[in-house]
Design a protein around this ligand. Structure first.
Ligand code: THU
Length: 136
């Protein structure tokens, strides 16, 4: 699966976002090493705290179905009803969830935005010196 197709799946997932409070809708597409793609959208809540980002929705779907080996995630976001104009880099909580399951050297975070070149980062670039019980 190339990054353009992964971004297309993220764009489709963004249409399912439930964001009546922020009106900022996000879609993600998580590519597993076996080729399966798990999509995700943000899901907000009237109590705010229980809201979930698109990236974590995709991760939790995969992990709850027994898949824990990942290559890349594509993310798109922007104001509801508008095309994704700006890049939508994952929040700190989502980066920490990625660090739990993904190799900092190999896992790719692919960001798309209209009229802009796709940006691609390795997890270690977005979360250097991350907390882990395993490596201390
Ligand atoms: N959000 C995501 O889903 N992913 C991100 O990477 C950044 C933020 C969501 C959370 C909330 O529902 C809305 O975007 C505004 O912060």
């Amino acid at each position: 699966m190339d990054r353009e197709n992964l971004l297309k799946i993220a764009l489709e997932a963004r249409k399912f976002a439930y964001a009546p409070y922020s009106h900022f809708t996000v879609g993600a597409a998580l590519l597993a090493k076996n080729g399966t793609v798990y999509s995700g959208c943000n899901i907000e809540n009237a109590a705010y705290g229980p809201s979930n980002c698109a990236e974590r929705t995709a991760f939790f779907k995969a992990i709850s179905e027994g898949n824990k080996d990942f290559c890349a995630i594509a993310v798109v976001g922007g104001l509801e009803g508008k095309e994704a104009m700006q890049y939508c880099p994952p929040c700190g909580v989502c980066r920490q969830v990625m660090a739990e399951f993904c190799s900092p050297e190999d896992f790719l975070i692919i960001l798309g935005a209209k009229n802009q070149v796709i940006k691609e980062y390795k997890l270690k670039e977005l979360l250097p010196v991350s907390f882990s019980l395993n490596e201390n």
